[in-house]
Design a protein around this ligand. Structure first.
Ligand SMILES: O=C(O)CCC(=O)C(=O)O
Ligand SMILES: [Fe+2]
Length: 364
C-alpha cells in the first residue's frame, strides 16, 4: 500500500464536484465523523461491493449526518451507476478526474518497476477535525464501519473552541452610531469569496449566506474604529495568541435579520488566494435583543458563542465557523479581518488573482 497517511495526520483538504455537479469543499465536512473511500473505478468488483455496502450503511450508520457521513472518490463519473445524493441515501460521490485527490491520499502510486501507476483502493476513518483515525485497504471496510459504529457521540468531552471573547471594545453610544450608519448609509446583499479556476471571485448563494453589508469608507470613522481595535482588542489578541495585528481588512457593518432568515453557513475565511492573508476574524456585536445569530465552530462541537454588545469574539481565520440563523429581531455586527505586515506581502502578491480574469483587482 502506497499511502503515507497514518493515524493522527490531518486528512488533506481539497475542493471538487460531486457526481450531481455540486461543488464541495472537503474541509467543510468537519464536525462529524467521515468515512472516506477512495475507490477509483466501480468496474473493479471489490470497489463496486464497497459502494454497495456504503449505500446500505446509509440507512443506519450514516442516517444521522450530524454524527457521520460517507464519501466515495471516483476517478470516472460514468462508472457510478445509481449514485445518489444527498448523503443520507448513500455516500456522496466525489469526482477526482485529474487523480489529484487519489494521489494525495496515497491511493495512486508508482508500480514496482516502470509500469503504469497502480490504484490501491483505500478506506479512511476521520475524526471530527478531519484527522485520520485509521486508514486501510478497501477490503478492511467492514472493520472500519464496525469501529465507526462503536465511536462515542462526535463531541463527547469536547472542550471549547480556541476563541477569545473580549467585552467592552466599543462603548454603547458608538455601537448605536454604527447601527444608524447601516440604516442611513445603504447596504447591499452580502456575497462570499470562492476559488474558481485559480481566481478568487465573489459569489452569492442565499442557501449559504443571507446578510446585508454596509462598508464604512470615510477615513475619520475608520480611524475611530481602528483606534478602538488597537487600544482595547489588540493587547488581548497579543496576550492570547502572541500575534500582533497591524492591518485591518474591511470596515464592514453587517446586519442579519429574522425577516430575511439572515445566516452564514459553515466556512473558513482564508481558503482562497484572495483571502489567504487573513489571520484573525473579529465579530463585534453592536446590539442584543435578537434570537439565534450565534457563532458556532463545528470542529469543536455544538456550543454557541455570542459576544456581548460592544464586545468581540476573535478567532483564527482557519477555523470552520458559522453564524446561525437569526430567528427573531436583527443582529448588527462589525466584522473586520486582521493581519500583519508579513501577511500584507501575501495579500499584495495575490491581488492579481482577485475577480474574473477580465476585471481589475477588487478591494477586499
Ligand atoms: O456573523 C459573524 O459573526 C461572522 C461572519 C463571518 O463569518 C464572515 O463574515 O466571514
Ligand atoms: Fe467568516
Amino acid at each position: 500500500m502506497q499511502n503515507t497517511l497514518v493515524p493522527g495526520d490531518p486528512a488533506p483538504w481539497f475542493a471538487t464536484t460531486t457526481v450531481g455537479g455540486k461543488r464541495l469543499s472537503f474541509d467543510g465536512l468537519a464536525g462529524r465523523y467521515v468515512l472516506l473511500a477512495l475507490l477509483g473505478s466501480l468496474s473493479h468488483p471489490p470497489c463496486a461491493e464497497a459502494m454497495e455496502r456504503l449505500r446500505r450503511a446509509g440507512q443506519d450508520l450514516f442516517a444521522d449526518t450530524d454524527r457521520a457521513v460517507a464519501c466515495v472518490v471516483l476517478t470516472a463519473p460514468d462508472r457510478a451507476p445509481g449514485a445518489r445524493e444527498p448523503a443520507g441515501e448513500g455516500p456522496t460521490v466525489l469526482l477526482d478526474s485529474n487523480l489529484a485527490i487519489s494521489r494525495r491520499y496515497g491511493a495512486l502510486g508508482p508500480a514496482p518497476g516502470d509500469g503504469e501507476p497502480v490504484y490501491t483502493p483505500l478506506a479512511l476513518l476521520l475524526d471530527t477535525a478531519l484527522r485520520v483515525l485509521e486508514v486501510a485497504p478497501i477490503d478492511a471496510l467492514e472493520r472500519l464501519l464496525h469501529r465507526l459504529a462503536a465511536l462515542p457521540p462526535p463531541h463527547e468531552g469536547a472542550v471549547p473552541a480556541p476563541v477569545l471573547v473580549v467585552p467592552g471594545v466599543f462603548e454603547p453610544e458608538f455601537c448605536r452610531d454604527l447601527i444608524a450608519r447601516h440604516a442611513a448609509g445603504g447596504s447591499v446583499p452580502s456575497g462570499f469569496m470562492r476559488e474558481v479556476g485559480g481566481r478568487t471571485v465573489e459569489v452569492h448563494d442565499p442557501k449559504f449566506k443571507v446578510r446585508r453589508d454596509h462598508m464604512v469608507e470615510d477615513a475619520p470613522t475608520q480611524g475611530l474604529l481602528g483606534t478602538r481595535l488597537s487600544r482595547f482588542l489588540v493587547p488581548m489578541i497579543r496576550r492570547a495568541f502572541q500575534f500582533t495585528p497591524t492591518r485591518i481588512e474591511r470596515y464592514l457593518i453587517a446586519c442579519y435579520t429574522a425577516e430575511e432568515g439572515g445566516h452564514f453557513r459553515a466556512h473558513r475565511d482564508n481558503t482562497t488566494r484572495g483571502t489567504a492573508h487573513r489571520r484573525f476574524a473579529v465579530s463585534i456585536n453592536l446590539n442584543d435583543g435578537f434570537e439565534g445569530g450565534d457563532l458556532r465552530f463545528p470542529e469543536f462541537g455544538p456550543r454557541l458563542y455570542r459576544a456581548p454588545p460592544g464586545g468581540a469574539v476573535v478567532f483564527s481565520c482557519t477555523l470552520l465557523h458559522e453564524a446561525t440563523p437569526v430567528t427573531a429581531g436583527r443582529r448588527y455586527a462589525f466584522l473586520p479581518f486582521l493581519y500583519d505586515e508579513e501577511a500584507a506581502r501575501i495579500r499584495e502578491a495575490n491581488r492579481g488573482f482577485i475577480g474574473p480574469a477580465e476585471d481589475r483587482p477588487a478591494a477586499g
